[in-house]
Write a protein that binds this ligand. Sequence first.
Ligand code: TYD
Length: 220
Amino acid sequence: MTFPSAAKPGLFIAFEGGDGAGKSTQAALLTQSLTDAGHSVVRTREPGGTPVGEKLRSLVLDHGQGEIDARCEALIFAAARAAHTVQVIAPAVARGEIVISDRYIDSSIAYQGAGRGLGTSEVQQINEWATENLWPDLTVLLDVTPLDGRNRRTAGAAAEDRLESEPDDFHADIRHAFLDLAAAHPERYLVLHAGLPIAELASAINTAVQTLLANTRGTP
Ligand code: TYD
């Protein structure tokens, strides 16, 4: 696995976690606080983030698209990610901007590798190829139990997509895969309990990002 070097100008931050973890809320709060501080921020999401990625998103998430087997699903997510990396993430980082992505490679390792049983190292390999080994500088993992995730999702109005509607043991496998990834690379993860108050989570995330900015740019 290779990681972006500390000398590069931009920063790449990914939010990961099970469905209902609150990633989008925290990604929005971090975007706002960094923008307020004068940083140039690109907020994006997976699957999606590009025109082709958004089409692939509806193909893989909407119900009623016909049968999509596990390998096909993994390759669709990887294809969307290839476009996202080359068209959005890498250029923004090269311009010195801060990219905040709602989900990235870890989601494929957890959902397709562990959840669908395709194998975490196999799914990691196809994604390293798809992204030319571009890994985030920091991954914020919002850890949520399957039950809490389901309760938080059903509290909202939106109907569950193809992945969300999988049973709890699927979501338990995903949770453990995320935690394993974080444990294997503690230097690039911030793991937080998703049930903490929103302001507390936002403050912990901000502190970690300020530290990273100070380390990579010399200034917060
Ligand atoms: P997302 O839009 O983040 O849903 P939510 O905001 O509810 O978390 O992600 C959509 C779904 O796609 C989610 O169930 C996770 C799944 N997914 C994968 O299975 N593999 C992937 O590589 C990605 C990026 C997402």
